[in-house]
Design a protein. Structure first.
Length: 215
């Protein structure tokens, strides 16, 4: 915009270049105006009006009250539901100004922190006991120290549901649960017999493929 350009002139006789630069800088700050934060609470700065427009309440050189579209956010919107909504993953998100940059936080985090008495550690994860992500009652939440422990809880819950023993693990080949002492484990647990049968089938299939290509 033309208002934001600074035209530096050559100093006249008896005039210092520093005087011109200070005049240019002061003129630039006046034409640009003091930028305001958007009144919707997003934390971003608004634009400076480049013209007068009475219908919109614009005054040239002054900052606008809202970023475009932000004047219908929050309580001013026709779709306002009290600052609480369900996200695509099934978690409730609530409006909590000042908590984070976008002012929104998971409801289960707020409930867990209210019981914990302070902010959760950075790697902490909140687990839902009944696996209903929208149920954020105190007795349905467990604070896990990290994501690995959270996965372990889900793994043991699946074991209890399938065989009644949280320690038992699932064979990746036959899908049956059994004591971990009776299984081998690499990335996943498996019965030695099941692994042998799988390898035999794999070798036979490979040999058959080679035979077909030669013939």
């Amino acid at each position: 915009m033309k208002d934001h350009w600074i035209n530096l002139k050559k100093p006249r006789s008896g005039e210092k270049s520093s005087d011109l630069s200070s005049q240019a800088c002061s003129g630039f700050s006046i034409s640009r105006g003091d930028r305001m934060l958007c009144k919707c609470g997003c934390g971003r700065t608004t634009k400076v009006n480049t013209r007068n427009e009475a219908s919109k309440g614009w005054e040239k050189g002054k900052s606008r009250n809202y970023i475009r579209g932000h004047n219908v956010r929050g309580k001013r919107s026709n779709h306002w539901k009290g600052g609480k909504h369900l996200d695509k993953d099934g978690y409730f998100i609530v409006l909590n100004p000042g908590y984070r940059k976008n002012n929104y936080v998971y409801e289960h985090t707020i409930v867990a922190e209210s019981v914990f008495g302070k902010r959760l550690p950075l790697k902490a994860v909140v687990h839902h006991v009944d696996e209903d992500r929208s149920n954020n009652q105190n007795n349905n939440l467990v604070i896990c120290e990290n994501l690995k422990y959270h996965f372990l809880l889900h793994k043991r819950m699946r074991a209890i549901s399938a065989c009644g023993n949280p320690r038992w693990v699932k064979c990746q080949y036959c899908g049956m649960y059994g004591p971990p002492e009776t299984m081998k484990k690499k990335s996943k647990a498996y019965h030695k017999k099941c692994n042998a049968e799988y390898e035999m089938k794999r070798i036979k299939k490979k040999m058959a493929t080679l035979h077909d290509t030669r013939t």
